[in-house]
Design a protein around this ligand. Structure first.
Ligand SMILES: [Mn+2]
Length: 418
Protein backbone atom coordinates (compact mmCIF):
# COMPACT_ATOMS: atom_id res chain seq x y z
CA UNK A 1 0.00 0.00 0.00
CA UNK A 2 1.44 3.36 -1.03
CA UNK A 3 1.26 6.01 1.64
CA UNK A 4 1.58 9.66 0.76
CA UNK A 5 2.77 11.51 3.83
CA UNK A 6 1.95 15.02 2.60
CA UNK A 7 -1.64 13.98 2.04
CA UNK A 8 -1.77 11.85 5.14
CA UNK A 9 -0.70 14.64 7.46
CA UNK A 10 -4.14 16.12 6.95
CA UNK A 11 -5.90 12.93 7.95
CA UNK A 12 -6.51 12.31 11.60
CA UNK A 13 -4.84 9.29 13.16
CA UNK A 14 -7.57 7.11 14.56
CA UNK A 15 -5.54 4.56 16.48
CA UNK A 16 -1.88 3.75 16.99
CA UNK A 17 -0.68 0.20 17.64
CA UNK A 18 2.59 -0.99 19.05
CA UNK A 19 3.41 -4.40 17.57
CA UNK A 20 6.08 -6.54 19.22
CA UNK A 21 6.74 -10.30 19.36
CA UNK A 22 9.23 -13.05 20.09
CA UNK A 23 10.48 -11.81 23.44
CA UNK A 24 11.69 -15.31 24.37
CA UNK A 25 11.93 -14.40 28.05
CA UNK A 26 14.11 -16.86 29.94
CA UNK A 27 16.35 -17.55 26.93
CA UNK A 28 20.03 -18.19 27.45
CA UNK A 29 22.94 -17.99 25.03
CA UNK A 30 25.56 -20.70 25.54
CA UNK A 31 24.49 -20.75 29.20
CA UNK A 32 24.57 -16.95 29.64
CA UNK A 33 21.33 -15.30 30.84
CA UNK A 34 19.72 -12.75 28.54
CA UNK A 35 17.72 -11.13 31.33
CA UNK A 36 19.70 -7.84 31.44
CA UNK A 37 19.23 -7.45 27.67
CA UNK A 38 15.54 -8.26 27.96
CA UNK A 39 15.10 -5.72 30.77
CA UNK A 40 16.87 -3.02 28.76
CA UNK A 41 14.83 -3.72 25.61
CA UNK A 42 11.50 -3.90 27.44
CA UNK A 43 12.25 -0.62 29.25
CA UNK A 44 12.69 1.01 25.84
CA UNK A 45 9.41 -0.42 24.60
CA UNK A 46 7.57 0.93 27.62
CA UNK A 47 9.04 4.40 26.95
CA UNK A 48 8.04 4.22 23.28
CA UNK A 49 4.49 3.21 24.25
CA UNK A 50 4.31 6.12 26.68
CA UNK A 51 5.81 8.78 24.40
CA UNK A 52 3.88 7.75 21.30
CA UNK A 53 0.62 7.40 23.26
CA UNK A 54 -0.32 4.09 21.69
CA UNK A 55 -3.90 2.82 21.87
CA UNK A 56 -2.95 -0.85 21.77
CA UNK A 57 0.03 -3.04 22.49
CA UNK A 58 0.13 -6.40 20.71
CA UNK A 59 2.59 -9.12 21.71
CA UNK A 60 2.38 -11.69 18.90
CA UNK A 61 3.61 -14.79 20.70
CA UNK A 62 6.79 -16.47 21.93
CA UNK A 63 6.67 -14.35 25.05
CA UNK A 64 8.61 -17.08 26.82
CA UNK A 65 11.43 -19.19 25.45
CA UNK A 66 10.24 -22.44 26.92
CA UNK A 67 7.11 -24.30 27.95
CA UNK A 68 8.32 -24.17 31.55
CA UNK A 69 9.62 -20.62 32.10
CA UNK A 70 11.71 -19.85 35.17
CA UNK A 71 10.41 -17.76 38.05
CA UNK A 72 12.74 -14.95 36.92
CA UNK A 73 11.28 -14.99 33.41
CA UNK A 74 7.72 -14.93 34.75
CA UNK A 75 8.55 -12.10 37.14
CA UNK A 76 9.92 -10.03 34.26
CA UNK A 77 6.77 -10.77 32.25
CA UNK A 78 4.43 -9.56 34.99
CA UNK A 79 6.56 -6.53 35.80
CA UNK A 80 6.53 -5.58 32.13
CA UNK A 81 2.74 -5.83 31.96
CA UNK A 82 2.44 -3.66 35.07
CA UNK A 83 4.83 -1.07 33.63
CA UNK A 84 3.04 -1.03 30.27
CA UNK A 85 -0.26 -0.50 32.05
CA UNK A 86 1.21 2.35 34.08
CA UNK A 87 2.74 3.93 30.95
CA UNK A 88 -0.49 3.70 28.94
CA UNK A 89 -3.42 3.56 31.37
CA UNK A 90 -6.11 3.34 28.68
CA UNK A 91 -4.36 1.19 26.06
CA UNK A 92 -5.51 -2.27 25.09
CA UNK A 93 -2.92 -4.93 25.86
CA UNK A 94 -3.32 -8.12 23.83
CA UNK A 95 -1.05 -11.17 24.06
CA UNK A 96 -1.12 -14.46 22.19
CA UNK A 97 0.81 -17.68 22.71
CA UNK A 98 3.50 -18.73 20.25
CA UNK A 99 4.89 -22.22 19.68
CA UNK A 100 7.42 -21.73 22.51
CA UNK A 101 4.84 -20.58 25.07
CA UNK A 102 3.01 -22.53 27.77
CA UNK A 103 -0.35 -21.80 26.10
CA UNK A 104 -2.61 -22.80 28.99
CA UNK A 105 -0.48 -21.05 31.58
CA UNK A 106 -0.60 -17.77 29.62
CA UNK A 107 -4.36 -17.83 30.21
CA UNK A 108 -4.22 -19.00 33.83
CA UNK A 109 -4.00 -15.49 35.41
CA UNK A 110 -7.01 -14.34 33.35
CA UNK A 111 -9.08 -13.43 36.43
CA UNK A 112 -6.32 -11.09 37.60
CA UNK A 113 -5.53 -9.91 34.06
CA UNK A 114 -9.11 -8.62 33.86
CA UNK A 115 -8.34 -6.11 36.61
CA UNK A 116 -5.38 -4.87 34.59
CA UNK A 117 -7.18 -4.88 31.24
CA UNK A 118 -4.75 -7.45 29.83
CA UNK A 119 -6.12 -9.85 27.23
CA UNK A 120 -4.09 -13.06 27.07
CA UNK A 121 -5.17 -15.63 24.48
CA UNK A 122 -3.25 -18.89 24.73
CA UNK A 123 -5.41 -21.43 22.95
CA UNK A 124 -7.96 -21.56 20.14
CA UNK A 125 -11.37 -21.47 21.86
CA UNK A 126 -14.19 -23.57 20.46
CA UNK A 127 -17.69 -24.03 21.79
CA UNK A 128 -19.45 -27.11 20.41
CA UNK A 129 -16.75 -27.46 17.76
CA UNK A 130 -17.35 -23.92 16.51
CA UNK A 131 -14.72 -21.21 16.97
CA UNK A 132 -15.87 -18.72 19.61
CA UNK A 133 -15.13 -15.26 18.21
CA UNK A 134 -15.77 -13.53 21.54
CA UNK A 135 -12.81 -15.36 23.06
CA UNK A 136 -10.55 -13.99 20.33
CA UNK A 137 -11.81 -10.44 19.77
CA UNK A 138 -10.26 -7.59 21.74
CA UNK A 139 -11.61 -4.03 21.46
CA UNK A 140 -9.36 -1.02 20.81
CA UNK A 141 -10.51 2.46 21.79
CA UNK A 142 -9.26 5.76 20.37
CA UNK A 143 -7.96 8.64 22.47
CA UNK A 144 -11.49 9.84 23.15
CA UNK A 145 -12.36 6.45 24.59
CA UNK A 146 -14.57 5.51 21.62
CA UNK A 147 -14.47 1.97 20.25
CA UNK A 148 -12.43 2.28 17.04
CA UNK A 149 -11.24 -1.20 16.00
CA UNK A 150 -11.01 -4.84 17.04
CA UNK A 151 -8.04 -7.16 17.29
CA UNK A 152 -8.68 -10.76 16.25
CA UNK A 153 -6.09 -12.62 18.31
CA UNK A 154 -5.20 -16.13 17.11
CA UNK A 155 -2.52 -17.97 19.06
CA UNK A 156 -0.15 -20.45 17.44
CA UNK A 157 -2.44 -23.22 16.15
CA UNK A 158 -1.58 -26.65 17.52
CA UNK A 159 -2.35 -29.73 15.44
CA UNK A 160 -5.61 -30.35 17.31
CA UNK A 161 -6.77 -26.77 16.54
CA UNK A 162 -6.67 -27.28 12.78
CA UNK A 163 -9.73 -28.42 10.84
CA UNK A 164 -9.05 -31.83 9.26
CA UNK A 165 -8.65 -31.85 5.50
CA UNK A 166 -10.83 -34.22 3.48
CA UNK A 167 -9.48 -36.67 0.92
CA UNK A 168 -10.28 -34.21 -1.88
CA UNK A 169 -7.78 -31.63 -0.56
CA UNK A 170 -4.64 -31.42 -2.66
CA UNK A 171 -1.35 -30.07 -1.29
CA UNK A 172 -0.36 -29.88 2.37
CA UNK A 173 -3.22 -30.73 4.76
CA UNK A 174 -1.51 -28.57 7.42
CA UNK A 175 -1.48 -25.47 5.23
CA UNK A 176 -5.08 -26.22 4.24
CA UNK A 177 -5.97 -26.48 7.95
CA UNK A 178 -4.32 -23.14 8.78
CA UNK A 179 -6.10 -21.45 5.88
CA UNK A 180 -9.40 -22.94 7.00
CA UNK A 181 -8.84 -21.89 10.63
CA UNK A 182 -8.12 -18.31 9.59
CA UNK A 183 -11.08 -18.27 7.19
CA UNK A 184 -13.39 -19.53 9.94
CA UNK A 185 -12.03 -17.08 12.53
CA UNK A 186 -12.22 -14.03 10.27
CA UNK A 187 -15.74 -14.92 9.12
CA UNK A 188 -16.84 -15.38 12.76
CA UNK A 189 -15.23 -12.06 13.70
CA UNK A 190 -16.98 -10.27 10.84
CA UNK A 191 -20.34 -11.64 12.01
CA UNK A 192 -19.64 -10.04 15.40
CA UNK A 193 -18.23 -6.67 14.34
CA UNK A 194 -19.56 -6.10 10.81
CA UNK A 195 -17.40 -3.78 8.71
CA UNK A 196 -15.59 -2.20 11.67
CA UNK A 197 -11.79 -1.95 11.32
CA UNK A 198 -10.18 -5.32 11.99
CA UNK A 199 -6.59 -5.95 13.08
CA UNK A 200 -5.27 -9.49 13.15
CA UNK A 201 -2.53 -11.00 15.25
CA UNK A 202 -1.17 -14.52 14.81
CA UNK A 203 1.89 -16.65 15.38
CA UNK A 204 2.86 -18.75 12.39
CA UNK A 205 5.26 -19.01 9.49
CA UNK A 206 3.91 -17.17 6.47
CA UNK A 207 5.46 -18.08 3.11
CA UNK A 208 7.92 -15.59 1.70
CA UNK A 209 9.48 -14.64 5.04
CA UNK A 210 13.20 -14.79 5.69
CA UNK A 211 14.09 -17.23 8.44
CA UNK A 212 17.10 -17.03 10.70
CA UNK A 213 19.04 -20.27 10.75
CA UNK A 214 18.59 -22.27 13.92
CA UNK A 215 16.38 -19.74 15.67
CA UNK A 216 12.82 -20.44 14.68
CA UNK A 217 11.67 -24.01 14.81
CA UNK A 218 9.87 -25.15 11.71
CA UNK A 219 6.53 -25.13 13.39
CA UNK A 220 4.08 -26.51 10.91
CA UNK A 221 5.27 -30.04 10.48
CA UNK A 222 5.68 -31.41 6.99
CA UNK A 223 7.67 -30.34 3.98
CA UNK A 224 5.38 -27.48 3.09
CA UNK A 225 5.06 -25.76 6.43
CA UNK A 226 4.43 -22.11 5.57
CA UNK A 227 0.98 -20.64 5.05
CA UNK A 228 0.57 -18.29 2.06
CA UNK A 229 -0.07 -14.58 2.81
CA UNK A 230 -3.39 -14.68 0.95
CA UNK A 231 -4.96 -16.22 4.08
CA UNK A 232 -5.23 -12.58 5.22
CA UNK A 233 -8.02 -10.82 3.30
CA UNK A 234 -7.49 -7.29 2.00
CA UNK A 235 -10.07 -5.82 4.38
CA UNK A 236 -7.85 -6.60 7.41
CA UNK A 237 -6.24 -3.25 8.25
CA UNK A 238 -3.06 -4.72 9.72
CA UNK A 239 -1.65 -8.20 10.44
CA UNK A 240 0.71 -8.33 13.44
CA UNK A 241 2.72 -11.53 13.13
CA UNK A 242 5.09 -13.34 15.43
CA UNK A 243 7.55 -16.18 14.82
CA UNK A 244 10.17 -14.91 12.34
CA UNK A 245 12.86 -12.88 14.13
CA UNK A 246 13.79 -10.51 11.31
CA UNK A 247 11.48 -7.47 11.11
CA UNK A 248 9.87 -7.64 7.68
CA UNK A 249 6.73 -7.26 5.63
CA UNK A 250 5.22 -10.24 3.86
CA UNK A 251 3.36 -9.76 0.61
CA UNK A 252 1.96 -6.32 1.38
CA UNK A 253 3.01 -3.42 3.65
CA UNK A 254 0.36 -4.23 6.24
CA UNK A 255 1.33 -7.87 6.88
CA UNK A 256 4.36 -7.73 9.16
CA UNK A 257 6.68 -9.47 11.54
CA UNK A 258 7.93 -6.99 14.13
CA UNK A 259 10.84 -9.38 14.83
CA UNK A 260 12.47 -10.27 18.13
CA UNK A 261 13.83 -7.81 20.71
CA UNK A 262 17.43 -8.98 20.78
CA UNK A 263 19.59 -11.30 18.64
CA UNK A 264 18.73 -14.90 19.53
CA UNK A 265 21.56 -16.44 17.48
CA UNK A 266 24.60 -15.63 15.32
CA UNK A 267 22.46 -15.19 12.21
CA UNK A 268 20.46 -12.40 13.88
CA UNK A 269 23.35 -10.07 14.78
CA UNK A 270 22.66 -7.74 11.85
CA UNK A 271 18.87 -7.51 12.27
CA UNK A 272 17.30 -4.15 13.11
CA UNK A 273 15.61 -5.47 16.26
CA UNK A 274 12.81 -3.21 17.36
CA UNK A 275 9.08 -2.63 17.54
CA UNK A 276 6.64 -1.67 14.82
CA UNK A 277 4.32 1.32 15.28
CA UNK A 278 1.21 1.35 13.13
CA UNK A 279 -1.07 4.34 12.67
CA UNK A 280 -4.48 3.59 11.21
CA UNK A 281 -6.47 6.63 10.11
CA UNK A 282 -10.19 7.14 9.73
CA UNK A 283 -10.00 6.03 6.09
CA UNK A 284 -8.40 2.73 7.14
CA UNK A 285 -5.05 3.78 5.63
CA UNK A 286 -1.93 2.81 7.53
CA UNK A 287 1.38 4.45 8.25
CA UNK A 288 4.07 2.11 9.52
CA UNK A 289 7.22 2.96 11.43
CA UNK A 290 9.70 0.36 12.68
CA UNK A 291 11.63 1.74 15.65
CA UNK A 292 15.01 0.13 16.24
CA UNK A 293 15.99 -0.51 19.86
CA UNK A 294 19.42 0.35 21.22
CA UNK A 295 21.46 -2.74 22.13
CA UNK A 296 22.56 -2.97 25.73
CA UNK A 297 25.19 -5.60 24.95
CA UNK A 298 27.53 -5.80 21.96
CA UNK A 299 27.18 -8.90 19.77
CA UNK A 300 30.25 -9.50 17.64
CA UNK A 301 31.13 -12.21 15.15
CA UNK A 302 34.89 -12.84 15.14
CA UNK A 303 36.07 -12.44 12.49
CA UNK A 304 33.39 -10.20 10.98
CA UNK A 305 33.50 -12.38 7.83
CA UNK A 306 35.15 -15.68 7.06
CA UNK A 307 36.99 -17.70 9.71
CA UNK A 308 40.07 -17.42 11.94
CA UNK A 309 42.99 -19.82 12.07
CA UNK A 310 43.34 -21.09 15.68
CA UNK A 311 46.65 -19.26 16.16
CA UNK A 312 44.97 -15.95 15.29
CA UNK A 313 42.21 -16.16 17.95
CA UNK A 314 44.22 -14.54 20.76
CA UNK A 315 45.28 -11.65 18.50
CA UNK A 316 41.73 -11.08 17.26
CA UNK A 317 40.36 -11.06 20.83
CA UNK A 318 43.09 -8.66 22.00
CA UNK A 319 42.30 -6.29 19.14
CA UNK A 320 38.53 -6.51 19.72
CA UNK A 321 38.81 -5.95 23.48
CA UNK A 322 41.00 -2.86 22.98
CA UNK A 323 37.99 -1.10 21.46
CA UNK A 324 35.55 -1.90 24.26
CA UNK A 325 34.02 0.69 26.56
CA UNK A 326 35.43 0.07 30.06
CA UNK A 327 32.11 0.00 31.94
CA UNK A 328 30.06 -1.87 29.32
CA UNK A 329 28.74 -5.37 30.06
CA UNK A 330 30.91 -8.11 28.61
CA UNK A 331 30.06 -8.52 24.92
CA UNK A 332 28.91 -11.73 23.29
CA UNK A 333 31.44 -13.13 20.84
CA UNK A 334 30.58 -15.62 18.12
CA UNK A 335 33.87 -17.26 17.14
CA UNK A 336 34.28 -18.87 13.73
CA UNK A 337 37.47 -20.92 13.45
CA UNK A 338 38.89 -22.68 10.42
CA UNK A 339 40.71 -25.92 11.11
CA UNK A 340 42.59 -28.14 8.71
CA UNK A 341 43.09 -31.62 9.99
CA UNK A 342 42.27 -33.19 13.34
CA UNK A 343 41.65 -30.77 16.19
CA UNK A 344 41.08 -32.94 19.23
CA UNK A 345 40.83 -30.79 22.34
CA UNK A 346 40.66 -27.55 20.37
CA UNK A 347 37.27 -26.55 21.76
CA UNK A 348 38.52 -26.90 25.33
CA UNK A 349 41.66 -24.93 24.46
CA UNK A 350 39.59 -22.12 22.91
CA UNK A 351 37.23 -22.08 25.91
CA UNK A 352 40.22 -21.66 28.22
CA UNK A 353 41.71 -18.94 26.00
CA UNK A 354 38.48 -16.94 25.78
CA UNK A 355 38.20 -16.93 29.58
CA UNK A 356 41.29 -14.72 29.71
CA UNK A 357 39.35 -11.93 27.96
CA UNK A 358 36.41 -9.77 29.18
CA UNK A 359 34.00 -11.36 26.70
CA UNK A 360 31.34 -14.09 26.74
CA UNK A 361 31.58 -16.89 24.20
CA UNK A 362 28.14 -17.07 22.55
CA UNK A 363 29.08 -19.75 20.05
CA UNK A 364 32.07 -21.52 18.60
CA UNK A 365 31.79 -22.74 15.02
CA UNK A 366 34.54 -24.86 13.55
CA UNK A 367 34.82 -24.86 9.78
CA UNK A 368 36.75 -27.49 7.86
CA UNK A 369 37.70 -27.78 4.22
CA UNK A 370 35.20 -29.94 2.44
CA UNK A 371 36.48 -33.20 1.00
CA UNK A 372 34.64 -34.33 -2.11
CA UNK A 373 33.11 -37.68 -1.19
CA UNK A 374 34.02 -40.49 -3.57
CA UNK A 375 31.15 -41.11 -5.91
CA UNK A 376 29.35 -44.37 -5.19
CA UNK A 377 28.82 -46.16 -8.44
CA UNK A 378 27.10 -49.17 -6.97
CA UNK A 379 25.70 -50.29 -3.66
CA UNK A 380 28.42 -51.35 -1.22
CA UNK A 381 27.85 -54.21 1.17
CA UNK A 382 29.41 -53.79 4.59
CA UNK A 383 30.72 -57.35 4.48
CA UNK A 384 32.76 -56.46 1.39
CA UNK A 385 34.47 -53.48 3.05
CA UNK A 386 37.86 -53.66 4.72
CA UNK A 387 37.67 -52.17 8.27
CA UNK A 388 40.74 -50.04 7.47
CA UNK A 389 38.97 -48.46 4.48
CA UNK A 390 35.91 -47.70 6.58
CA UNK A 391 38.10 -46.10 9.25
CA UNK A 392 39.88 -43.97 6.63
CA UNK A 393 36.55 -42.84 5.17
CA UNK A 394 35.10 -42.01 8.61
CA UNK A 395 38.28 -40.13 9.57
CA UNK A 396 38.17 -38.05 6.40
CA UNK A 397 34.48 -37.32 6.95
CA UNK A 398 35.04 -36.19 10.56
CA UNK A 399 38.25 -34.20 10.23
CA UNK A 400 38.22 -33.04 6.62
CA UNK A 401 41.63 -34.59 5.85
CA UNK A 402 42.89 -38.09 5.01
CA UNK A 403 44.41 -40.02 7.94
CA UNK A 404 48.21 -39.92 8.15
CA UNK A 405 50.25 -43.15 8.15
CA UNK A 406 50.55 -42.76 11.95
CA UNK A 407 46.75 -42.75 12.30
CA UNK A 408 46.43 -45.84 10.12
CA UNK A 409 49.14 -47.58 12.12
CA UNK A 410 47.25 -46.86 15.37
CA UNK A 411 44.10 -48.27 13.84
CA UNK A 412 45.93 -51.41 12.71
CA UNK A 413 47.26 -51.94 16.22
CA UNK A 414 43.82 -51.40 17.78
CA UNK A 415 42.07 -53.83 15.49
CA UNK A 416 44.61 -56.54 16.25
CA UNK A 417 44.15 -56.28 19.99
CA UNK A 418 42.21 -59.27 21.36
MN1 LIG B 1 7.83 -18.97 17.26
Amino acid sequence: MQTDRSFRLNVEVMIRLLHTADWHLGAALHGWSREPEHRAALAQIIEIAREREVNAIIVAGDIFDSLNPSAEAQRLFYETLRNLRAACPAATIALIAGNHDPAGRLEAPRALFEFAGVHSIGVVARAGGVLDPRAHLVAVKDHAGVLAAHILALPYPRAADLPVAGADVSGSPVVWGVRELYREAIAAARREIGDAPLILTGHLHVAGGLESEGAERRILIGGEHAAPPDIFPADVAYVALGHLHRPQKIGRETIRYSGSLIPMSKTEIDYAHGVTLVDIDVLGETLIDHIQLARSVVHQRLPARGALAPERIAGALTEFCAGLAPDAPWPFVYLVVRVEGPATGLKAEIDALVQKFPVRLASLSIERPRLEPAALTEAVRLVDCAPRDLFAAAFAHTHGVEPTPAHLQCFDQLIQEP
